[in-house]
Design a protein around this ligand. Sequence first.
Ligand SMILES: Cc1cc2nc3c(=O)[nH]c(=O)nc-3n(C[C@H](O)[C@H](O)[C@H](O)COP(=O)(O)O)c2cc1C
Length: 172
Amino acid sequence: MSDFFTTIRRRHSVRHYQADMPVEAEKLHAILESAISAPSAGDLQAYQIGVIEDAAHRAALAQITEQQFISEAPVCLAFCTDAEHSALTFGDRGRDLYALQDATIAATYAQLAAAAAGLASAWVGYFDDVEVTRLLDLPPNLRAVALLTVGYPAELPEATTRRRLDDIIFHP
Ligand SMILES: Cc1cc2nc3c(=O)[nH]c(=O)nc-3n(C[C@H](O)[C@H](O)[C@H](O)COP(=O)(O)O)c2cc1C
């Protein structure tokens, strides 16, 4: 396990995976436990996480999202909001904002945990809601908002840049 700041520095999106190297069950468990330890509004955890390991499902997801690497990565996690669960406590703010924040913070924790465990990942947000809902057979209360591929890398990730801190922070 690597130090937190090293983990952050080393995490990069990876879009080619070693398809024949499975993610160890203990590592997957640690990633999922990390995800659910993320903060959430009112501690409601208004989300569900689909764990997609089946090759046919991953291939179908790759096809409908047009993101081929989903079929290469041995694991794909689907972070789904349960907006009405949050709305029961927080009304519109829970429905429109907190559920999405809960689910995506959990996905962020999972992504960092994967990096700390020596695995690679990529966040996939570009997909058709209707097709993904149908493929994952989601009940009406769930909406997939982020997919996360997880596996051992088969490429050196591309270097990415960031906007300068000065361009991002402001002091009201
Ligand atoms: C909300 C969101 C949606 C994203 N959607 C996709 C996607 O559909 N496909 C993809 O390959 N990467 C996707 N990414 C990954 C970004 O392209 C990537 O994080 C960004 O280019 C920075 O690179 P890095 O992750 O290597 O630092 C997404 C990331 C986020 C946070």
